[in-house]
Design a protein around this ligand. Sequence first.
Ligand code: SF4
Ligand code: SF4
Length: 404
Amino acid sequence: MQKSRRREFLKKSIMGISGAALVPGTLNTAIAKGPQQKEIPYLPSRTLGRTGIKTPVISLGAQSVTTPGFVTAAYYAGIKLFFSATYYGEGNNEILVGKGLKGLPRDSYVLGTAVPPIGFDEREDKFAKDFTPEAFVKKTEGSLKRFGLDYVDILLFPQVCKRENVLYEPMLKVMQDLKKQGKTKFLGIATHDMCEDAIMAAADAKIYDVIMIAYNYKVKNKESLDKAMKYAANAGLGILAIKTTAGAFWDKKRTKPINTDAALKWVLQNENVSSIVSGMSSIEELKKNLAMINNLKMSDQEVNDLKLASSDSEPGLYCQQCKKCMPQCPHNLQIPTIMRSYMYAYGYKDMEHAQHTLLEAGLTGNPCQKCEVCNVNCISGFNIKERIMDISRLANVPGEFLKA
Ligand code: SF4
Ligand code: SF4
């Protein structure tokens, strides 16, 4: 597609036809025609805080994407915002996303990536002495090289939860320097759902423009989380939601799928959320999500399906990352990270990401075997020992068996 055409179309969309419904046939045609089509479909959009970026309420989180072609198809289907991370596929995901966006007008899409600083221990949520700004710059430049680009639109400092770390002076400075050098347009943090302090600190820091946050119908701290999100939105930050389906299935056998339309609508009821960064990996998923955004009203059935009113709601696969279990384990296991791995494996069937997360938690054997009894209580009602015994088997499976 010629640059001018896409620009003209986007301009029209922003100026006049917001709210126009995306007809499923239009989407099919857009995906099938790809670069040959005249217009990119317009999708219902919101503004990402003070970045001023108008983005469809569904964006692509590329962690499970396996081909560049899918990224390109998503672009032609109307997706504007794409996210990767240095730790997805050990950098290979950034290469893949870069290939998928190659040759497209640079101002027609928005690309973000998450770069964890060397010397930031996300398990302990603290900076160590070996943190250096130079290493962070080098890591970010490595990211740009893999994308094949001079800059990203949004650079995220991921998996930070404590206020003191969001406000860590050397980190703030190096991020601002990268922005001044033109290597990123906007800055942000990514955090879990029990981190209201981090959200508010990001607003107070004044340098951040975007927050990515785990937000779904299973969160137990909705009231305080909504308050923190409102605080950040009022300060001008754009809010992106992740982990929005809370595991995709209620059970590990995948016999009870979560109503994903209902889960996504639930998130978008909160108008402070600009867009959902959804880990889509197939055209079917893309079509389903894009069809959903034409009608965000939740039906009674959808409310029912999320078991919002049910007192015996199943534990499901989603861990709140509250860390309340950790002090209860004498072996000091990184239970929240291990539970995330369990969800990636059983909920999303993303075994590579699940294994990577297990290793991130430092789990190489089966430490629970040593315990006759486990007294760890989980606020979500998980049987912690059973889940760890189960998922720990994945740690030593050779990587080639896990590739799709
Ligand atoms: S069984 Fe596992 S989780 Fe429970 S106390 Fe022992 S090591 Fe910790
Ligand atoms: S396993 Fe349970 S207690 Fe531990 S972080 Fe997850 S939800 Fe919280």
